[in-house]
Design a protein around this ligand. Structure first.
Ligand code: HSE
Length: 324
Protein backbone atom coordinates (compact mmCIF):
# COMPACT_ATOMS: atom_id res chain seq x y z
CA UNK A 1 0.00 0.00 0.00
CA UNK A 2 1.43 3.38 -1.06
CA UNK A 3 1.80 5.85 1.82
CA UNK A 4 1.40 9.22 0.07
CA UNK A 5 -0.59 10.28 -2.95
CA UNK A 6 -1.12 13.64 -4.61
CA UNK A 7 -4.65 14.47 -5.69
CA UNK A 8 -6.18 16.98 -8.13
CA UNK A 9 -9.73 17.97 -7.25
CA UNK A 10 -11.64 20.25 -9.63
CA UNK A 11 -13.49 23.50 -9.19
CA UNK A 12 -17.22 23.14 -9.77
CA UNK A 13 -20.16 25.31 -10.78
CA UNK A 14 -23.17 24.63 -8.56
CA UNK A 15 -26.81 25.45 -9.40
CA UNK A 16 -26.10 26.00 -13.15
CA UNK A 17 -28.59 28.87 -12.98
CA UNK A 18 -31.95 27.17 -12.53
CA UNK A 19 -30.99 24.15 -10.38
CA UNK A 20 -30.41 25.62 -6.92
CA UNK A 21 -28.82 22.91 -4.73
CA UNK A 22 -29.56 20.15 -7.28
CA UNK A 23 -27.36 20.71 -10.37
CA UNK A 24 -23.61 21.15 -10.80
CA UNK A 25 -20.71 20.43 -13.12
CA UNK A 26 -16.93 20.09 -12.84
CA UNK A 27 -14.29 22.28 -14.52
CA UNK A 28 -10.94 21.20 -15.93
CA UNK A 29 -9.38 24.16 -14.14
CA UNK A 30 -8.83 25.63 -11.61
CA UNK A 31 -8.55 22.97 -8.90
CA UNK A 32 -7.01 21.98 -5.58
CA UNK A 33 -3.80 19.96 -5.36
CA UNK A 34 -3.54 18.12 -2.07
CA UNK A 35 -1.32 15.30 -0.74
CA UNK A 36 -2.83 12.69 1.53
CA UNK A 37 -0.49 10.47 3.57
CA UNK A 38 -0.85 7.70 6.07
CA UNK A 39 1.13 8.42 9.24
CA UNK A 40 2.13 6.13 12.08
CA UNK A 41 0.13 7.99 14.73
CA UNK A 42 -3.13 6.07 15.11
CA UNK A 43 -6.23 8.26 15.08
CA UNK A 44 -4.47 11.58 14.39
CA UNK A 45 -5.42 13.94 11.55
CA UNK A 46 -2.90 16.68 10.77
CA UNK A 47 -3.23 19.51 8.21
CA UNK A 48 -0.30 21.39 6.69
CA UNK A 49 -0.60 24.36 4.39
CA UNK A 50 2.19 25.06 1.87
CA UNK A 51 0.36 27.89 0.09
CA UNK A 52 1.48 31.46 0.81
CA UNK A 53 -1.26 33.94 1.78
CA UNK A 54 -3.87 31.23 2.17
CA UNK A 55 -5.93 31.38 5.31
CA UNK A 56 -7.60 28.02 5.94
CA UNK A 57 -8.57 26.50 9.30
CA UNK A 58 -5.85 24.11 10.50
CA UNK A 59 -8.12 22.81 13.26
CA UNK A 60 -9.33 19.39 12.00
CA UNK A 61 -12.78 20.05 13.50
CA UNK A 62 -13.21 23.14 11.27
CA UNK A 63 -11.35 22.24 8.09
CA UNK A 64 -13.63 20.91 5.31
CA UNK A 65 -11.12 18.24 4.23
CA UNK A 66 -10.65 16.79 7.68
CA UNK A 67 -14.34 17.00 8.62
CA UNK A 68 -15.07 14.94 5.50
CA UNK A 69 -12.22 12.54 6.32
CA UNK A 70 -13.54 12.11 9.84
CA UNK A 71 -17.01 11.30 8.47
CA UNK A 72 -15.44 8.57 6.29
CA UNK A 73 -13.38 7.24 9.21
CA UNK A 74 -16.47 7.12 11.44
CA UNK A 75 -18.21 5.11 8.73
CA UNK A 76 -15.27 2.70 8.46
CA UNK A 77 -15.40 2.08 12.21
CA UNK A 78 -18.98 0.87 11.97
CA UNK A 79 -19.07 -0.74 8.51
CA UNK A 80 -18.50 -4.46 8.23
CA UNK A 81 -18.01 -4.55 4.46
CA UNK A 82 -14.98 -2.38 3.85
CA UNK A 83 -12.54 -5.18 4.67
CA UNK A 84 -9.38 -5.79 6.61
CA UNK A 85 -7.30 -2.98 5.05
CA UNK A 86 -9.66 -0.41 6.54
CA UNK A 87 -9.65 -2.07 10.00
CA UNK A 88 -5.86 -2.31 9.89
CA UNK A 89 -5.67 1.34 8.94
CA UNK A 90 -7.85 2.52 11.80
CA UNK A 91 -5.81 0.72 14.44
CA UNK A 92 -2.37 1.58 13.02
CA UNK A 93 -2.42 4.87 11.15
CA UNK A 94 -3.34 8.51 11.17
CA UNK A 95 -3.62 10.91 8.22
CA UNK A 96 -1.68 13.96 7.12
CA UNK A 97 -3.12 16.35 4.53
CA UNK A 98 -0.89 18.90 2.79
CA UNK A 99 -2.37 21.72 0.70
CA UNK A 100 -0.21 22.59 -2.35
CA UNK A 101 -2.68 24.55 -4.51
CA UNK A 102 -6.11 25.84 -3.61
CA UNK A 103 -9.10 27.31 -5.42
CA UNK A 104 -9.68 30.70 -3.84
CA UNK A 105 -12.00 30.26 -0.83
CA UNK A 106 -15.23 32.27 -1.15
CA UNK A 107 -15.00 32.36 -4.96
CA UNK A 108 -18.23 30.43 -5.65
CA UNK A 109 -16.19 27.80 -7.49
CA UNK A 110 -16.60 25.01 -4.95
CA UNK A 111 -13.34 25.56 -3.06
CA UNK A 112 -14.48 23.80 0.13
CA UNK A 113 -16.01 20.93 -1.86
CA UNK A 114 -12.84 20.35 -3.88
CA UNK A 115 -10.84 19.99 -0.66
CA UNK A 116 -13.42 17.71 0.96
CA UNK A 117 -13.59 15.53 -2.17
CA UNK A 118 -9.79 15.33 -2.36
CA UNK A 119 -9.51 14.16 1.25
CA UNK A 120 -12.02 11.32 1.15
CA UNK A 121 -10.95 10.23 -2.33
CA UNK A 122 -7.28 10.19 -1.25
CA UNK A 123 -8.01 8.10 1.81
CA UNK A 124 -10.17 5.70 -0.22
CA UNK A 125 -7.31 5.18 -2.69
CA UNK A 126 -4.77 4.64 0.12
CA UNK A 127 -7.10 2.00 1.60
CA UNK A 128 -7.30 0.12 -1.73
CA UNK A 129 -10.64 1.61 -2.90
CA UNK A 130 -13.05 -0.17 -0.54
CA UNK A 131 -15.83 2.21 -1.66
CA UNK A 132 -16.97 3.32 -5.12
CA UNK A 133 -16.42 6.97 -5.99
CA UNK A 134 -20.15 7.66 -5.86
CA UNK A 135 -20.27 6.38 -2.26
CA UNK A 136 -17.78 9.08 -1.21
CA UNK A 137 -20.18 11.96 -1.90
CA UNK A 138 -22.02 11.43 1.41
CA UNK A 139 -18.77 12.00 3.38
CA UNK A 140 -17.52 14.92 1.28
CA UNK A 141 -20.89 16.59 1.92
CA UNK A 142 -20.12 16.73 5.64
CA UNK A 143 -17.15 18.96 4.83
CA UNK A 144 -19.53 21.29 2.99
CA UNK A 145 -21.66 21.42 6.09
CA UNK A 146 -18.63 22.59 8.10
CA UNK A 147 -17.99 25.32 5.50
CA UNK A 148 -21.46 26.87 5.26
CA UNK A 149 -23.74 25.09 7.71
CA UNK A 150 -25.68 23.11 5.07
CA UNK A 151 -24.58 19.78 3.60
CA UNK A 152 -25.54 20.52 -0.01
CA UNK A 153 -24.10 18.20 -2.68
CA UNK A 154 -24.24 20.22 -5.90
CA UNK A 155 -20.52 21.05 -5.65
CA UNK A 156 -19.17 17.89 -4.00
CA UNK A 157 -20.96 15.45 -6.31
CA UNK A 158 -19.44 16.86 -9.54
CA UNK A 159 -16.07 17.36 -7.77
CA UNK A 160 -16.04 13.63 -6.95
CA UNK A 161 -17.63 12.27 -10.14
CA UNK A 162 -16.81 14.85 -12.82
CA UNK A 163 -19.21 15.89 -15.59
CA UNK A 164 -22.75 17.17 -14.94
CA UNK A 165 -24.55 15.85 -11.89
CA UNK A 166 -28.13 16.02 -10.65
CA UNK A 167 -28.90 15.61 -6.96
CA UNK A 168 -32.36 14.13 -7.43
CA UNK A 169 -32.91 13.68 -3.70
CA UNK A 170 -31.09 14.47 -0.45
CA UNK A 171 -32.98 12.07 1.81
CA UNK A 172 -32.10 9.49 0.75
CA UNK A 173 -29.13 10.83 -1.24
CA UNK A 174 -29.67 10.06 -4.93
CA UNK A 175 -27.00 11.47 -7.24
CA UNK A 176 -27.42 11.04 -11.00
CA UNK A 177 -24.63 11.57 -13.57
CA UNK A 178 -26.12 13.38 -16.59
CA UNK A 179 -25.20 12.97 -20.25
CA UNK A 180 -23.77 16.11 -21.89
CA UNK A 181 -22.24 17.06 -25.24
CA UNK A 182 -18.47 17.08 -25.87
CA UNK A 183 -18.51 20.49 -27.52
CA UNK A 184 -19.38 22.60 -24.51
CA UNK A 185 -16.93 25.13 -23.05
CA UNK A 186 -17.07 27.47 -20.10
CA UNK A 187 -15.90 31.02 -19.47
CA UNK A 188 -15.58 31.92 -15.80
CA UNK A 189 -14.92 35.23 -14.12
CA UNK A 190 -14.14 35.62 -10.46
CA UNK A 191 -14.60 39.29 -9.51
CA UNK A 192 -12.77 39.87 -6.24
CA UNK A 193 -15.86 40.61 -4.17
CA UNK A 194 -16.19 38.70 -0.92
CA UNK A 195 -19.41 36.68 -0.55
CA UNK A 196 -19.79 33.94 2.05
CA UNK A 197 -22.09 31.09 0.98
CA UNK A 198 -23.66 31.16 4.43
CA UNK A 199 -24.62 34.84 3.95
CA UNK A 200 -25.75 34.31 0.33
CA UNK A 201 -28.13 31.58 1.53
CA UNK A 202 -29.62 33.67 4.34
CA UNK A 203 -31.02 36.26 1.92
CA UNK A 204 -32.96 33.73 -0.19
CA UNK A 205 -36.76 33.52 0.05
CA UNK A 206 -38.16 30.62 2.08
CA UNK A 207 -41.32 30.43 -0.01
CA UNK A 208 -41.61 30.55 -3.79
CA UNK A 209 -44.77 31.57 -5.70
CA UNK A 210 -46.17 28.70 -7.75
CA UNK A 211 -45.80 30.65 -11.02
CA UNK A 212 -42.05 31.05 -10.33
CA UNK A 213 -41.74 27.37 -9.42
CA UNK A 214 -43.39 26.45 -12.73
CA UNK A 215 -40.88 28.57 -14.68
CA UNK A 216 -38.00 27.16 -12.66
CA UNK A 217 -38.74 23.48 -13.11
CA UNK A 218 -39.42 24.10 -16.79
CA UNK A 219 -35.89 25.46 -17.05
CA UNK A 220 -34.35 22.61 -15.01
CA UNK A 221 -35.99 20.04 -17.26
CA UNK A 222 -35.02 22.10 -20.33
CA UNK A 223 -31.39 22.22 -19.25
CA UNK A 224 -31.22 18.47 -18.58
CA UNK A 225 -32.91 17.78 -21.94
CA UNK A 226 -30.61 20.25 -23.74
CA UNK A 227 -27.52 18.58 -22.26
CA UNK A 228 -28.77 15.10 -23.20
CA UNK A 229 -29.64 16.15 -26.77
CA UNK A 230 -26.54 18.30 -27.23
CA UNK A 231 -28.91 21.15 -28.11
CA UNK A 232 -26.86 24.29 -27.44
CA UNK A 233 -29.69 26.77 -27.88
CA UNK A 234 -31.94 24.82 -25.49
CA UNK A 235 -29.08 24.74 -22.95
CA UNK A 236 -28.65 28.49 -23.33
CA UNK A 237 -32.29 29.47 -22.93
CA UNK A 238 -32.76 27.11 -19.96
CA UNK A 239 -30.14 28.88 -17.84
CA UNK A 240 -32.77 31.29 -16.51
CA UNK A 241 -33.23 31.43 -12.76
CA UNK A 242 -36.27 33.39 -11.54
CA UNK A 243 -35.79 32.54 -7.85
CA UNK A 244 -32.16 32.92 -6.73
CA UNK A 245 -30.40 35.06 -9.36
CA UNK A 246 -32.55 38.21 -8.85
CA UNK A 247 -31.69 38.17 -5.12
CA UNK A 248 -28.01 37.25 -5.31
CA UNK A 249 -27.18 39.43 -8.33
CA UNK A 250 -27.54 42.44 -5.99
CA UNK A 251 -24.39 41.24 -4.18
CA UNK A 252 -22.28 41.33 -7.37
CA UNK A 253 -21.57 44.85 -8.69
CA UNK A 254 -21.59 44.79 -12.49
CA UNK A 255 -23.35 41.41 -12.67
CA UNK A 256 -25.93 42.24 -15.34
CA UNK A 257 -23.44 44.29 -17.39
CA UNK A 258 -21.03 41.33 -17.37
CA UNK A 259 -23.79 38.90 -18.34
CA UNK A 260 -24.84 41.14 -21.22
CA UNK A 261 -21.20 41.48 -22.36
CA UNK A 262 -20.90 37.67 -22.34
CA UNK A 263 -24.02 37.29 -24.49
CA UNK A 264 -22.77 39.94 -26.93
CA UNK A 265 -19.47 38.04 -27.19
CA UNK A 266 -21.34 34.89 -28.23
CA UNK A 267 -22.17 32.99 -25.01
CA UNK A 268 -25.10 30.55 -25.07
CA UNK A 269 -26.15 31.79 -21.64
CA UNK A 270 -24.70 32.33 -18.21
CA UNK A 271 -25.46 32.85 -14.56
CA UNK A 272 -23.96 33.02 -11.07
CA UNK A 273 -21.57 30.19 -10.20
CA UNK A 274 -22.79 28.64 -6.94
CA UNK A 275 -23.41 31.39 -4.41
CA UNK A 276 -21.12 33.80 -6.29
CA UNK A 277 -19.36 36.09 -6.81
CA UNK A 278 -17.99 34.07 -9.77
CA UNK A 279 -20.07 33.94 -12.92
CA UNK A 280 -20.05 31.33 -15.68
CA UNK A 281 -21.13 31.28 -19.32
CA UNK A 282 -21.49 28.28 -21.63
CA UNK A 283 -20.08 28.53 -25.17
CA UNK A 284 -20.07 26.20 -28.19
CA UNK A 285 -16.35 26.59 -28.95
CA UNK A 286 -13.17 27.18 -26.98
CA UNK A 287 -12.49 30.34 -29.02
CA UNK A 288 -15.89 31.82 -28.12
CA UNK A 289 -15.24 30.98 -24.46
CA UNK A 290 -11.96 32.93 -24.70
CA UNK A 291 -13.81 35.92 -26.21
CA UNK A 292 -16.45 35.72 -23.47
CA UNK A 293 -13.80 35.54 -20.74
CA UNK A 294 -12.23 38.67 -22.26
CA UNK A 295 -15.62 40.41 -22.24
CA UNK A 296 -16.15 39.42 -18.60
CA UNK A 297 -12.72 40.79 -17.64
CA UNK A 298 -13.22 44.04 -19.56
CA UNK A 299 -16.55 44.66 -17.84
CA UNK A 300 -15.16 44.27 -14.33
CA UNK A 301 -11.93 46.12 -15.23
CA UNK A 302 -14.01 49.08 -16.41
CA UNK A 303 -15.77 49.07 -13.03
CA UNK A 304 -12.41 48.95 -11.22
CA UNK A 305 -13.14 45.48 -9.81
CA UNK A 306 -10.13 43.19 -9.81
CA UNK A 307 -10.96 39.84 -11.40
CA UNK A 308 -9.58 36.52 -12.56
CA UNK A 309 -10.89 34.67 -15.63
CA UNK A 310 -10.68 31.02 -16.65
CA UNK A 311 -11.58 29.18 -19.84
CA UNK A 312 -12.25 25.49 -19.41
CA UNK A 313 -13.80 22.39 -20.88
CA UNK A 314 -15.98 20.12 -18.77
CA UNK A 315 -13.98 17.89 -16.44
CA UNK A 316 -15.06 14.33 -17.25
CA UNK A 317 -13.32 12.43 -14.46
CA UNK A 318 -13.61 14.50 -11.29
CA UNK A 319 -11.12 14.10 -8.45
CA UNK A 320 -8.10 12.03 -9.48
CA UNK A 321 -4.62 10.88 -8.46
CA UNK A 322 -1.85 12.89 -10.16
CA UNK A 323 1.17 11.35 -8.40
CA UNK A 324 1.86 8.42 -6.12
N1 HSE B 1 -26.16 25.46 -4.00
C1 HSE B 1 -25.28 26.20 -3.17
C2 HSE B 1 -25.81 27.61 -3.03
C3 HSE B 1 -23.90 26.23 -3.78
O1 HSE B 1 -26.16 28.20 -4.06
O2 HSE B 1 -25.88 28.14 -1.92
C4 HSE B 1 -22.89 27.00 -2.96
O3 HSE B 1 -21.70 27.09 -3.70
Amino acid sequence: MSKTIKIFSPATVANIGCGFDVLGFALEKPGDVISVSLTDTPGSIVIRNEIANLNIPLDPARNTTTVALQAYLDFLKTDKHTGTTASHFISNHGIEVIFHEKIKPGSGLGSSSASAAAGVFGLNVLLGNPLKKSDLVQFAMQGESAACGVAHADNVAPAVLGGFVLVRSYMPLDVVALPYPDNLFVAIVHPQIEILTEDARKILPELVPLKDAVRQWGNVAGLVAGLAKGDHTLIGRSLQDVIVEPVRATLISGYYEAKQAAMTAGALGGNISGSGPSMFAFCSTFETAEAVAKAFAETFNALGIENQVYVSGINKEGVRVIAD
